[in-house]
Structure formats: structure tokens, C-alpha cells
Design a protein around this ligand. Structure first.
Ligand code: GLY
Ligand code: MN
Ligand code: MN
Length: 439
């Protein structure tokens, strides 16, 4: 593993902190039932700064003239390693991950007061984990108790996330390479799904094909629970039951992305179970595709975060009127928000280590804030949709048609680069790929 990007990020954070001490624990292990644990996943911020993915680890950063990066981690333990596998231990962790110092996690509570004493500021994600808030509170009190010996507790507490979120918004080369690969793997999953979907198969069989493709290509986890929604399920935004038998004539909406070395991809494709779009399905699909094209065309440095959404909504509003789903003018439909009956979510979110990645969407002082302008290195999804539930005032031909098309866009100096372009999207490409099924 190339550890330099992690060392560089710590250096950049230490530079931005200027002074003070940061304390950042990784995630805690979670029991699923009795002796069985959920698969461990490092805390996103912790992974971003260390690449060290063992549980029971804490990063301490000391800013100033001689910046220091210190890791507390589990000791080597030959007995435990027989059961649970390899652990680095402090010495190998220091050498492998480029820390200035490493210590046994068992010494943390004893060392914390020394580490924070006489520092002007403490950087911490207050409120993220109440047990950690209490632990740091105890360390602060331990320092205060030594005031007559000349020890001083930090007078200021900063939220570490505020500075880290800004850093995470702009992806570095190492992150972009991983996200490209995560996007390629997810796109391969979608191609596989198109090749294997037929009437009579079950949604979970297609979900299994994604898990197979993700794992086969080295992805550790799905980035989120895959949505494999046929027929009416396509209009349920967070449908995850994936337990229905797919019928001839229906659409299948699949929102599935993988996580590779900590980085997410997020792709949605919608296609006909039988491989051929019906007339009404094609009408709605072409509309969502046009909305997505307009949103993608709006992405470039300097435009604000909501510009792609506004572009998509404009196209969708006109299309909903043309299809007689709504009545009135485009401006009227947008003004009254009546389009939200069929398109009720936003078009984009940041993407990165978290599928809904870190980073404020608005900037400026509260009361005088505005949507953040896009900048090269940001990654956002572009995912317009149209979800038509049956109703008396809606043409019956459109009932249960639920379509979303989602790609991942990297903002570049000239516009954007679609990382997920390898997942077929045009009606012609989808039908051509699905036509290969029977040959
Ligand atoms: N798959 C989660 C999302 O699209 O936001
Ligand atoms: Mn998304
Ligand atoms: Mn998605």
C-alpha cells in the first residue's frame, strides 16, 4: 500500500491546525448478535488520515513548529492472533504507516492528559461519540487538577470535522484513482445485472450478482445496501427488500455501488426486465436521461452546487407537462413545486469515503450563506429520477414506472468527467446488451 498520500494528508491537516492537539479515534466494533460482530470498517476520517484499518486505534496530532503524528493501537498478541489474525502492534505500525511515535492503546488514558496539557487548543469531533466526549472531559479535568503544578488545559476546543470536511471535499490523486476503480467495478456489476435479468428471476438473484462482481474484483463491501427494485418497488426510494419475482413488462431499478479501499461508487440504472422498453417506459426514460444530460452539462468549476439540480428540474418539469402528468407552465410547476410529486429528491450529493460524503453544501456566515461553488477535484452524483405511483389523475400507461439514472461526476477544470460511464445508459446500449442474453 502506498502510504505517502496518508502522510501528506496528516501534514496538510497539521498545517491547517497551526496549533493545538487533535484526538481522533477510529470506529468501535459493533456486536451484531452475541459473539458475532458486524464487519469492522474504520472511521472515515481516521482512514483518510492513516490508512490504518485495525479497530481500537486513536490518532493524536500535535501541531506547531515540530508537528507530530502519534498512533495508539493494539499490542501484538500471539494468542489473539491465532483466533483473529494479524495485528501490526505499535512498532510495525510506526514503520509501516509513517507515524512519528506509536504506543499501546492500553496506555492511552494515562498519556492523554500529558498530551493535551499546555496545548492552546484541543481539536475533537464533539458529540460524535458521547463516550469519547466523556473520556476527553476526564483527560481535561486531569490536567486542570494539576494547575498548581503549572499544567494548563487547552482554553479552546475546535471541531476537527470542520477542517477535515473541507479537505475531504477536494479529492487528491490517490483518492481519484480509487474512485475510478470503484466506479469501474460497480459499472461491471450493472452490466452483469443487465446480462442476467429475465422475467421470472428474483430480485435477490440479481443482488447476488452484484455482490459476486464486487467481491470478485477486490471490493471489500457494497457502499450501501443495494436497491434491486422491480415493478412497483421502483417507486419506493429506499426499497431494499429485494425479494420479489420480476415480471415480464416491468422495469428494474438498481441502485448499487461498491466500496474499494474505503471509497464508494454510487450508480443507478433502470432497464426493462424483458430487455425491451415499452412505449411509455421509453417516454419517461428519455425524459430522465435528458434531465441527467442537462444536469451533467451544468457541472463546471464556479457554478454553485444546486445548478445541476436546477437544470434537471427544468427539463423534468417540461417533460411532466408534455406527458400530461402535470398541467400548467414550466415556471408554474417549478414555483409551486408540483413536480415533487414525481421527483422528490435532490439531484446530487458529495461522494467519497462516505457514499453521502463529508462537506458542507452551503458556505458563508449563517444568514448570509449560499450554495458552495463547484471546484476541480470535487466528486458529486448526478441522479435525477421520475417516480409515478398509480393515481386517478395519472395516465394509466405510466403507473408504477419508476426511473432513476445515477452517475458519479468528478469536477475538472473544463467541466466534469463521468467516472461511471462504463455502465450502459442509452436505450440503444441497454437493449443491445440485453439482446445478447439469448445468444
Ligand atoms: N445510493 C444512495 C444514493 O443514491 O444516495
Ligand atoms: Mn446517490
Ligand atoms: Mn445511489
Amino acid at each position: 500500500m502506498d502510504i505517502q498520500p496518508f502522510i501528506d494528508r496528516r501534514a496538510r491537516l497539521l498545517d491547517r491546525m497551526r496549533e493545538g492537539v487533535a484526538v481522533l479515534p477510529t470506529a468501535s466494533e459493533k456486536v451484531r448478535n452475541r459473539d458475532a460482530f458486524y464487519p469492522f470498517r474504520a472511521d472515515s476520517y481516521f482512514h483518510y488520515l492513516t490508512g490504518f484499518d485495525e479497530p481500537e486505534a486513536v490518532l493524536v496530532l500535535i501541531a506547531g513548529e515540530q508537528p507530530q503524528s502519534i498512533l495508539f493501537c493494539r499490542d501484538k498478541d500471539p494468542d489473539k492472533e491465532i483466533w483473529d489474525g494479524f495485528r501490526f502492534g505499535p512498532e510495525a505500525a510506526r514503520e509501516t504507516f509513517g507515524f512519528d511515535e506509536t504506543h499501546s492503546i492500553s496506555t492511552l488514558d494515562e498519556k492523554l492528559p500529558e498530551l493535551i496539557a499546555n496545548q492552546p487548543a484541543l481539536w475533537h469531533s464533539l458529540g460524535f461519540d458521547v463516550e469519547w466526549d466523556a473520556r476527553l472531559g476526564r483527560a481535561l479535568n486531569a490536567v486542570r487538577a494539576q494547575s498548581r503544578a503549572g499544567k494548563r488545559a487547552p482554553a479552546t476546543i475546535h471541531d476537527l470535522r470542520a477542517v477535515l470536511d473541507e479537505m475531504r471535499l477536494i479529492k487528491d490523486g490517490h483518492e481519484i484513482a480509487l474512485m475510478r476503480r470503484a466506479a469501474d467495478i460497480a459499472a461491471a456489476g450493472h452490466r452483469r445485472a443487465m446480462r442476467l435479468t429475465t422475467p421470472g428471476r428474483w430480485e435477490y438473484e440479481i443482488e447476488a450478482e452484484f455482490l459476486h462482481e464486487f467481491r470478485r474484483q477486490g471490493s471489500q463491501f457494497p457502499a450501501y445496501t443495494p436497491i434491486v427494485a422491480s415493478g412497483p418497488g421502483a417507486c419506493v426510494l429506499h426499497y431494499v427488500a429485494n425479494d420479489r419475482r420480476m415480471q415480464d413488462g416491468e422495469l428494474l431499478l438498481i441502485d448499487a455501488g461498491c466500496e474499494l479501499d474505503g471509497y464508494a461508487s454510487d450508480i443507478t440504472r433502470t432497464f426493462p426486465v424483458n430487455g425491451r422498453f415499452s412505449g411509455p417506459q421509453e417516454d419517461v426514460y428519455a425524459l430522465v436521461e435528458a434531465a441527467q444530460e442537462a444536469a451533467i452539462a451544468a457541472i463546471r468549476p464556479g457554478v454553485h452546487f444546486m445548478a445541476p439540480h436546477e437544470a434537471a428540474v427544468k427539463v423534468l418539469a417540461q417533460g411532466m407537462i408534455d406527458l400530461k402528468l402535470l398541467h400548467g407552465s414550466v415556471d408554474g410547476v417549478i414555483e409551486s413545486e408540483s413536480y415533487k410529486r414525481f421527483y422528490m429528491h435532490r439531484t446530487s450529493h458529495w461522494l467519497g469515503i462516505d457514499v453521502h460524503d463529508a462537506g458542507e453544501y452551503k458556505i458563508g456566515r449563517p444568514g448570509d450563506d449560499h450554495w458552495r461553488p463547484l471546484a476541480p477535484g470535487m466528486v458529486l452524483t448526478v441522479e435525477p429520477g421520475c417516480y409515478i405511483r398509480p393515481a386517478d389523475d395519472v395516465p394509466a400507461a405510466f403507473h408504477h414506472i419508476g426511473i432513476r439514472i445515477e452517475d458519479d461526476a468528478l469536477v475538472t477544470p473544463a467541466g466534469c468527467d463521468i467516472l461511471t460511464a462504463a455502465a450502459p445508459k442509452s436505450i440503444a446500449d441497454i437493449e443491445a446488451l440485453m439482446a445478447e442474453r439469448s445468444t
